[in-house]
Write a protein that binds this ligand. Sequence first.
Ligand code: C5P
Length: 399
Amino acid sequence: MIEGKKVALYVTGGIAVYKVVDLMRELIKHGAVVRVAMTKSASEFVSPLTFQVLSKHAVYTNTFAEDDPSVVNHINLADWADFSVIAPLTANTLAKLANGIADNFVTSALLATTNPIFAVPAMNENMYTNTVTQENIDRLKLRNYMIMTPDVGFLAEGYSGQGRYPEKERIIHEFESFIRSHSDQLPLKGKRVVVTAGGTKERIDPVRYISNDSSGKMGHALAVEAWKKGADVVLVSASHLESPSYINRVVVESARDMHDAVLKEFDQTDAVIMAAAVSDYSPDKMEEQKMKKKDELTLHFKKNPDILKDLGQKKRDDQTLIGFAAETEELLHYAEKKLNAKNADLIVANQVGEKDRGFNVDKNEVTLLSRNHPPRTISLREKSEVSVEIIEWLINFMN
Ligand code: C5P
């Protein structure tokens, strides 16, 4: 989402300025090209030099310091950016922007900006809840500003309240969402994709369960990647991993729950990616009370529904099914069997048993197996990068 975007970062004078250094680094890590402009009060908190060194570009602070006669700096910055981010946005600059005041570099550039503007207000709670501030926020929202709601939490004043500068993860997620809402060329726009993740848990009694080894990282990465390509995503997850707020998540525990959740969505879904490690069996009955220790224990299991297989039988021609095959031996042989037995369109096969890939780690090496194409191996890389390849396959297949 953020990769390759030109971002003008406007920093105004609140105590949260020191946190914006980190936000800028995060934007750069995500692949943005960042240029910074600061108000005089912002530079009282953190020196422009800090932002200059990290953004590798001069920081704009003075409207009249026109170092390049061929351009007017504040207009040039406004025109250059794909997106503008104001962080932190103080009550003072907010009020100026709401009233079209252009009395410094930041407010002048923003008045000249026609690209989308994303703002992160941070201030004292009483300043934030003051009706004047709220009216100013409403005015800017009417002018297509996206203005985040600050966090409630510990403020610089030493007490808890609303107005706190949000965690950078939340800012990045909401910014990605904002970018997505301004992109109309996304290849999965209008498509609905269901992704499953995690190892299901089959309860033996209220404190014990059996499960499969799985962190849910692959499924979560696929959900994010499908979302970035424009899809409406439903993540049916049995994992404890967090997911971004923009992902619509259904929490499940057992294979039966997952089966019901996925089937409920299936009719109105264009593609299902079954990345979950679904338990094949569950105890035939769950004890209501915690079982007492005995010398020996025999459990009886019944077979769980095979979700992918059920979907394969119900699937329409306009629906795509992707399954996973984690194997300890004869990877491609078993993966091909699954492709046919489950009527999937793609099986993503990965070898189990090596420490640096697969279960619970961040990397994976997989082979994509589909009908009428030779198997294609995606060499060992981050699961987020593997998911880019899988979603690319899905996009090509759907077209
Ligand atoms: O048959 P096997 O479990 O090896 O197949 C793996 C694929 O089938 C995965 O995509 C997994 O999510 C799915 N599966 C399922 N329901 C089960 C077992 C596996 O959907 N009960």
